[in-house]
Design a protein around this ligand. Sequence first.
Ligand SMILES: C=C(O[C@@H]1C=C(C(=O)O)C=C[C@H]1O)C(=O)O
Length: 410
Amino acid sequence: MTDRTPFFAGLTLGLAGGRNRRPNQKAAHLRPVYPPRQENHDMVADQINQQRQRIDEIDRQIVDLLNERALCAMAIGRSKNAGGLPEFAPEREQAIIDALERHNQGPLSGQSLRGIFAEIISACRAVQRPLRVAFLGPATTFSHQAAMRHFGSSCEFAPHRSIIDVFHEVERSHAQVGVVPVENSSEGQVSVTLDLFLESDLNVCGEIYARISQVLMSKEAAIEGIQRVYSHPQALNQCRNWLARNMPMATLIESTSTAAAAQKAAQEDGSAAVGSILAARQGGLNALAIDIQDNPHNTTRFFVIGRQKCPPTGNDKTSILFVTHHKPGMLFSALKHFADSGINLTRIESRPLKNTPWEYVFFIDMAGHVEDAQVRQVINTLDEETRLLKVLGSYPMGEPEAWNGAEQAV
Ligand SMILES: C=C(O[C@@H]1C=C(C(=O)O)C=C[C@H]1O)C(=O)O
């Protein structure tokens, strides 16, 4: 991806018009820094130099240690190849991050540490074999960003035109994993994804929560000149009130993705797009307003799908789907098994069964792993009582992303 200078000009403009900052209030990093008074100057310079030398020394040690770590990963990769095991081991990656968070004494935050180790693990995975990650493209969609944050940048990211293509790529082994949206905190279920699980044999082997900050972007310098706003229907819905309040005269036009909308806005005068700050940057567009989603806590949950199953980590979720017999009390009876076993349900959703009108398939997420005795037992009972039951997978419980605001996403 290339940075283009106009984006930065546009971003500054956008921030001034953004929701959280008054026009003349400068961000701390933009305030002028004055040189220290002359008498302190030498002492300060000396202190800084000393610490910088120390940092240079530490950085060299870090590089040596990282290479030592990569050599271990290569050796593990060779053993896995010999044993026919997949290179990607999500449960091990989760265990590493959890243990390091427990070990961490600060001042680095847990979130910083997670980001750093996502990249370290990504690089060590890549020396075995780069992980190929299929996602709903084009580049810069929220799926792409969620995938990059979760898997680090040392992967092959493969954009696809539709969610069904992402499933197919993983099914055909063209990619080891795929990232697909499953639900949004404002807009609810992503029905295409749910429906595909009925037909597909892929497993859910991870979940990613991504805070969604929507940006209004355009090659125009101000909102006033904009007649058309492009975006994915989900994104337009997420910003419906803001758009009605701030640009009531603009026509809203649906696109296949937020990234495609940004491309359209880059080609047309008088047009804007709603999408990610990354899409604005990629398209060289001005960010005219940031965080325009009506719900400030707008979050999308993604599933990582793969052909492999994920062993327990001690902090997992399990997703299943089932179809009950069409008799009174069947859903109640199914849910009662979970209640009786004290299993915490984290989501329940239904979708119509396509080939049997007025019958439904239920999707349930629960705390626990399918190898846990209690979860196993309830699933076995349900299997006997229902017309169809499918375990979609057990996977490490994801953590909702801490909110830094759109500026940090730059
Ligand atoms: C090195 C391994 O392979 C991969 C890389 C990992 C790492 O860099 O720590 C962890 C898990 C795997 O996805 C391993 O399985 O231990």
